[in-house]
Design a protein around this ligand. Structure first.
Ligand SMILES: C[S@@+](CC[C@H](N)C(=O)[O-])C[C@H]1O[C@@H](n2cnc3c(N)ncnc32)[C@H](O)[C@@H]1O
Length: 285
């Protein structure tokens, strides 16, 4: 099996559309009049969920006139947010065919099919002409991609001159390998965390200029520790789209659970420094 197939296999879910619609119905939503806000608890597959998407859009200075490409779009939460909140036209691309099908179905049900379009494909070989987009966007997809020079090179190729690249992902921290399984990988064969400096160098190597860099690791850890203290219900466990992954808390949350007791100050500090650091950045050329 190729690495791309292994990644798609990791994310694929049987009957995902039915699971999501049943969860929405159980939550009292009208399935014939769904809004992107109704879907926010189930369709944002990254740390910070909708809040992180809002923050990245603000950092990117989205105005609504942009043509956007969402690389590794999942089931399309961020793309539908950009389309409904700002009016952007968004193309979403994802390796996992099941996700693309669900994204299309949810675009229809939210009345956004004229603004968002999804297709299956590989971020390492983007099926778009050069200089097609004003904004290339990607949240929590790069962690599955080893060849970052090619990924960022492809992103730059499809960006218009002066366009922007807005990325959120999980970076390698000083604590070594994350605890597996993580939400993005069952084991390290499909997990490729880069240190922040390596990411910056790779972006610059393909001709991009980093214009903003935000590291919310501390907030994420604090939230995870607070979550553990209030009964240990993790954000991953709360997502109906991942019912079979409820037992797989995020690596940060495992860290928090392991070290939050506070008896061992040195270990607690190490936990706070993070195995995985989160980062949000914006690059331009
Ligand atoms: C954690 S999910 C994030 C989905 C979405 N960006 C979001 O935040 O809701 C990671 C996504 O990246 C996709 N992905 C991983 N490697 C990819 C690749 N090489 N090309 C396209 N998509 C990829 C996966 O299929 C998965 O949908």
């Amino acid at each position: 099996m190729s690495r791309a197939q292994t990644v798609a296999e990791h994310y694929a879910r049987r009957a995902l559309a039915d699971t999501i619609l049943a969860a929405l119905e159980a939550a009292g939503k009208d399935l014939d009049h769904l809004t992107p806000d109704d879907l926010a608890p189930v369709d944002e597959f990254h740390s910070g969920q909708r809040n992180a998407t809002v923050r990245l859009a603000q950092l990117a200075g989205v105005t609504g006139s942009e043509r956007v490409l969402d690389v590794g779009c999942g089931i399309g939460g961020p793309s539908r947010y950009l389309a409904s909140r700002y009016g952007c036209r968004v193309a979403g691309l994802d390796l996992t065919a099941d996700f693309v099908a669900v994204a299309q179905m949810l675009a229809q049900r939210t009345g956004l099919a004229d603004k968002v379009a999804y297709r299956q494909g590989d971020a390492l070989d983007l099926p778009f002409a050069e200089a097609s987009f004003d904004l290339v966007w990607s949240q929590n997809a790069a962690m599955n991609i080893a060849d970052r020079a090619r990924l960022y090179g492809e992103m730059r190729r499809v960006l218009k001159p002066g366009g922007r690249l807005a990325i959120q992902d999980v970076a390698a921290g000083p604590g070594g390998e994350p605890f597996y399984p993580t939400p993005w990988a069952g084991d390290k064969s499909i997990s490729f965390l880069f240190a922040p400096q390596a990411t910056r160098a790779t972006l610059e190597g393909v001709g991009l200029r980093v214009v903003a860099w935000h590291d919310p690791t501390r907030e994420s850890l604090e939230q995870a520790i607070a979550g553990q203290g209030s009964g240990g219900r993790s954000a991953a466990a709360a997502r109906p789209a991942y019912p079979d992954r409820a037992e797989f808390p995020h690596g940060l949350e495992k860290h928090a659970a392991k070290f939050a007791g506070g008896k061992d100050q040195a270990r607690q500090r190490r936990a706070r420094a993070g195995v995985a650091r989160e980062r949000i950045l914006l690059a331009s050329w």
